[in-house]
Design a protein around this ligand. Structure first.
Ligand code: SAM
Ligand code: SF4
Length: 330
């Protein structure tokens, strides 16, 4: 699949649920209304859509959410997709999780063929963790991370950089990740969905964070890439990597290879734009066969925009896109 700007689309992110057991302050409002179950695709429907994408050239799938591991029976989808790794056309199946349910799923993920996961963790301070997530328990997440490590999963920790909240912690987090052999990736906040807080208060440019970290760590730019938007640096002191995802200070759209499917079967061609294609209707229409479904996907890819135009400033109070990150999963 080649989009109008010549980019080859080989990476599909699938939000398997909009629900979550946490309410991170930058991601969700406290009183979120979730989708009625009737609107959500079954796991079998999600797998069929993924299979169509794989048939059209998608080589990498990341399951995300909401929190993917809170969806009932999600492991059946993981196993179904895992079986397509290799000869089935898929190179990699990965997952982004908040880690709360990892302790019980880590081994199952490995058995299904998952080798790498991203765990979102913004702080190592238990009280701060509870306040950023509104009620989360850091110990539970750390148990999950340790179980994932013990099961042999390669772990990348994703932390959203929040001004005045966790900016004093990145040295400590980098050291902790180094001790455990985890990569660390810092992310700028993106203006997605109404939240309770003011985003201009949260936004912290990562260029600033990087120059601060350079005072204590030897960072060498690396050619490493996971096919995502992060730019990586090797950390000489730890032997691990430090990544930066900078949608605000550095636009990464020119190399975008991905599209995002929601749990209701809506395909977003860009994280930062509202245009989307409904794939649920053709999926559920008995008159539409596999070729028809692929036509619908192809028509959507033909509308993939050049890029996003996220802005966070005091004059523009409304989010760049109305939907929350939990709809498409980042
Ligand atoms: N619940 C899972 C988790 O937290 O890893 C997966 C879904 S979550 C929406 C995916 C990623 O998006 C997380 O790393 C989260 O920190 C990030 N995220 C959520 N809202 C964001 C925002 N407004 N700006 C930047 N990153 C955001
Ligand atoms: Fe849930 Fe992930 Fe959003 Fe936090 S970032 S509220 S864990 S979906």
């Amino acid at each position: 699949m080649i989009d109008p700007f010549g980019r080859s689309i080989s990476y599909l992110r699938v939000s398997v649920t909009d629900r979550c057991d946490l309410r991170c302050v930058y991601c969700m409002a406290e009183d979120m209304t979730f989708l009625p179950k009737s609107e959500v695709l079954t796991l079998e429907e999600l797998e069929r859509l993924c299979a169509s994408f794989i048939g059209m050239g998608v080589r990498k799938i990341r399951l995300t959410g909401g929190e993917p591991l809170v969806r009932r029976n999600v492991m059946s989808l993981v196993e179904g997709l895992g079986a397509r790794i290799g000869a089935g056309g898929l190179d990699e199946l990965t997952l982004t999780t908040n880690g709360t349910q990892l302790a019980r799923h880590a081994e199952g993920l490995v058995r299904a063929g998952v080798r790498r996961i991203n765990v979102s963790l913004d702080t190592l301070d238990p009280a701060l963790f509870t306040s950023v997530t509104r009620w989360g328990d850091l110990a539970k997440v750390q148990d999950g991370i340790h179980a994932a490590k013990a099961a042999g999963l390669h772990i990348k920790i994703n932390a959203v950089a929040l001004k005045g909240v966790n900016e004093h912690e990145f040295d400590r987090m980098l050291a902790w990740c180094g001790e455990h052999g985890f990569d660390l990736c810092l992310i700028e906040t993106m203006p997605m969905g109404e939240i309770t807080e003011d985003r201009t208060d949260q936004y912290l440019p990562l260029s600033l964070v990087r120059s601060r970290l350079r005072q204590n760590w030897t960072l060498t730019e690396s050619a490493y890439s996971t096919g995502g938007p992060a730019r990586y640096f090797d950390v000489a002191e730890t032997g691990t990597r430090l990544g930066f995802i900078t949608p605000m200070t550095h636009n990464f759209c020119e190399s975008c290879n991905r599209v995002r499917l929601t749990c209701t079967g809506v395909l977003y061609m860009c994280l930062g734009q509202d245009d989307a294609a409904d794939l649920r209707a053709p999926l559920r229409d008995p008159a539409v066969d596999e070729a028809g479904l692929q036509d619908a996907i192809r028509a959507a890819i033909a509308r993939k925009p050049k890029g996003h135009d996220f802005v966070i400033d005091r004059r523009r109070k409304t989010p760049a896109v109305a939907r929350h990150m939990s709809v498409t999963g980042g």
